[in-house]
Design a protein. Structure first.
Length: 304
């Protein structure tokens, strides 16, 4: 199971550590935060104890209004479940009682200047990416007209060279050789690098290029949503090359289907132009237009 240590949150969001400097190596395994509400009234049937607990103005104001005895009961009931940590938003003060209970239970108590809604939005987005299921594949990932495309094929087929030409046309490299795929949702696959290959493109006979240094920062993109899986293959003589593809084909990564296209290579063939055409065609399909379907309607209309 993937996990993120609390100290990573402290660094990422510049959190103030009020309690628990020595236990920041505790691990978080759930991607979203939780704001305890009913739990302060004693209802714990569905309490997500493994989630980070966020205390906003609503929660802290409620606790401030309780008597010392009642506050001890309310907070004591929650801390005994030992959630990963508590995060107080909006730089709220008067947290003496929280500091005491968290210190007794060894639970980190953190504070941010961000508002509750702003912090939760940033936290959830970050943790969904960090804890999402992932896999690595051999290939190249590029962003073409803002759309993420995987280029696959056997070693030496020309994936990196194709990516280099795409960069020359104003598109962006995301990852070369090893692509990390992350599942962010039932229909969303994110493509990114694995840090070591960030910004690097390997070209046979040339060597490694840092595309951001050579072509500027716009030549590189950190991550992209994958919308097409394109496999580069050698030209097959006498095979059918004008298939209308009325029935789309798909690859599957981490349970998510991605439209699949095979492009055969031949000297003089504008492969980069075909990739750009494939990206534009995919975009039009998302807008509800399908060229192949319109063509078939015209043909059927003439037959009538």
């Amino acid at each position: 199971m993937k996990a993120v240590p609390i100290k990573n949150l402290v660094e990422r969001f510049s959190l103030e550590v009020l309690v628990g400097e020595d236990v920041l190596d505790r691990l978080i395994t759930k991607p979203r935060t939780y704001r305890p509400g009913l739990e302060f009234t004693g209802y714990f049937d569905y309490f997500p104890k493994n989630h980070v607990q966020v205390l906003g103005r609503k929660e802290i104001t409620y606790l401030h209004k309780l008597s010392q005895e009642e506050r001890q009961i309310r907070i004591g009931n929650i801390v005994k479940y030992r959630p990963p940590c508590f995060i107080v938003t909006a730089n709220q003060e008067g947290l003496t009682y929280l500091i005491r209970y968290c210190k007794e239970e060894g639970i980190p108590l953190l504070r941010t200047k961000d508002s509750t809604s702003s912090f939760i939005e940033k936290y959830d987005a970050y943790m969904v990416r960090e804890l999402s299921p992932e896999m690595t594949i051999h290939g190249v990932c590029v962003s073409v007209f803002g759309m993420g495309i995987l280029l696959r094929g056997k070693s030496g087929i020309g994936k990196s060279e194709t990516a280099h030409t795409l960069i020359g046309r104003g598109h962006r490299l995301v990852a070369d050789d090893i692509v990390v795929l992350k599942r962010l949702g039932p229909d969303t696959i994110l493509g990114t690098h694995h840090e070591n290959n960030k910004e690097f493109l390997a070209l046979r006979s040339i060597g490694l290029l840092n595309v951001a240094r050579v072509y500027g920062s716009k030549a590189f993109q950190d991550e992209t949503r994958i919308v097409l899986d394109i496999k580069l293959t050698n030209w097959e003589k006498d095979s059918l090359h004008n298939d209308l593809d009325l029935e789309p084909r798909y690859s599957q990564y981490l349970g998510v289907e991605v439209p699949y296209i095979e492009i055969q290579l031949q000297p003089g063939r504008d492969i980069v132009g075909l990739i750009e055409a494939a990206a534009n065609n995919w975009y039009l399909k998302q807008q509800g237009y399908n060229a192949a379907q319109e063509f078939m309607k015209r043909v059927e209309g003439r037959e009538l």
